[in-house]
Design a protein around this ligand. Structure first.
Ligand code: PLP
Length: 387
């Protein structure tokens, strides 16, 4: 059976060029970058070259990049370590109700430790209002953490406006850019970002490697203690092949970004137009235009997202009901509830995310099959009466 992958927001296959760049660092260039002999120094050079590339892509300087294990570690470090470091200054954190669990769980953890957290609501399209950020900042606020684009509904937040406010108020600004780096432009200076999370497997790099950007002068204690790797900011032997692969993936994305975003947004807009035309009572989730080029999210009344997913999977089409990390949970998505969807619609959502290898005919195939799948499931639903 031909299989079609439309779940790029969960993870993307690595680019073959990425794998090629990594290979030598498993074999002849296997040294530990902390060793002072030839093998170590060869690996260290690769790490430092990768740091330069990563910094350049973000508009940062190389010593502001801390390599780590990916988005979850970057988010945890940014939220928990900033809070603990600045606890003497204040105990208030602002975030949004639609953040990834890698931010929300640390926020809940901090609440148990005595911190106060404001979870900002969003409008029906998933947008945070910068004025709400402004109104929530008090003299006790130490951190604002707002994601760049949402992983479920694709809405892109006004981070430049929020960054202007946090800078004005002297509050640290963390941005979870796991879904945007490599896909749309991200510049830490334009948005006055102090801390930024990224993860290689979302932009055709290897899994288990990422980075936290930490603006020079930003106070954070290290999260992992041990050796003095990453200038003491993150202990543990470097994942040289992973870091080299991530930098290669970023280089490839920098070249291809504009063209890929144009193509994917054409496919996205086709789905946004044609799905409601062929399926009654379908609802687009997320902002109609301020959204990731590769993201489409619909709710279909009367049926469960999981059933749609399983039926599509039987036809060879892989999509998602929302975040891959929560897809095993029976709870409706916190993101869909936050944009005001009733429980029954929040359960009936389908996320389609495209990527480098998505073809027009993959979208044709989805559009051919989805209406019949929804129709079949509705015919079995006791809630549905055909009009
Ligand atoms: N933040 C967002 C917005 C994500 O989409 C994800 C992964 O889906 C993460 C954080 C976690 O990243 P990682 O899988 O690299 O730990």
């Amino acid at each position: 059976m031909k299989r079609i992958y439309l779940d790029y927001a969960a993870t993307a296959p690595a680019d073959p060029e990425v794998l090629k760049s990594m290979e030598p660092y498993f074999f002849e260039k296997f040294g530990n970058p902390s060793s002072i002999h030839y093998f170590g120094q060869e690996a260290k050079k690769a790490i430092e070259d990768s740091r330069e590339i990563t910094a350049r892509v973000l508009g940062a300087s190389p010593d502001e990049i801390v390599f780590n294990s990916g988005g979850t570690e970057a988010d945890n470090t940014a939220v928990i370590e900033t809070a603990f470091t600045l606890a003497g200054k204040g105990n208030h954190i602002i975030t949004s109700a639609i953040e990834h669990h890698a931010v929300l769980e640390p926020a809940k953890f901090l609440e148990k430790k005595g911190f106060k957290v404001t979870y900002l609501g969003v409008d029906k399209d998933g947008l945070v209002d910068p004025q709400d950020v402004k109104k929530s900042i008090t003299d006790k606020t130490i951190l604002v953490s707002i994601m760049h684009a949402n992983n479920e509904i694709g809405t892109i937040q006004p981070i430049e406006e929020i960054g202007r406010l946090t800078k004005e108020k002297g509050v640290y600004f963390h941005v979870d850019a796991v879904q945007t780096v490599g896909h749309i432009p991200v510049n830490v200076n334009k948005a006055n970002i102090d801390l930024l999370s990224l993860s290689a497997h979302k932009f055709y790099g290897p899994k288990g490697v990422g980075a936290l950007y930490i603006r020079k002068g930003t106070r954070t204690h290290p999260y992992l203690l041990g050796g003095d790797q990453e200038k003491g900011r993150r202990a543990s032997t470097h994942n040289t092949p992973g870091i080299v692969g991530m930098a290669k993936a970023l280089e490839l994305c920098s070249v291809a970004m504009g063209q890929e975003a144009d193509f994917q947004s054409k496919l996205r807009d086709r789905l946004i137009k044609q799905i409601p035309a062929s399926i009654p009572e379908s609802r687009l989730n997320g902002h109609p235009v301020k959204r990731l080029p590769n993201n489409v999210n619909f709710s279909f009344k009367y049926i469960e997202g999981e059933s749609i997913l399983l039926n599509l999977d039987m036809l060879g089409i892989a999509a998602s009901t929302g975040s891959a990390c929560t897809s095993t949970s029976l709870e409706p998505s916190h993101v869909l509830l936050a944009i005001g969807l009733p429980h029954e619609l929040a359960h009936g959502s389908l996320r389609i995310t495209m990527g480098r290898w998505t073809k027009e005919e993959d979208i044709d195939c989805l559009l051919e099959n989805l209406p019949a799948v929804v129709k079949k499931l509705r015919s079995m639903s006791p809630l549905y009466e055909e009009k």
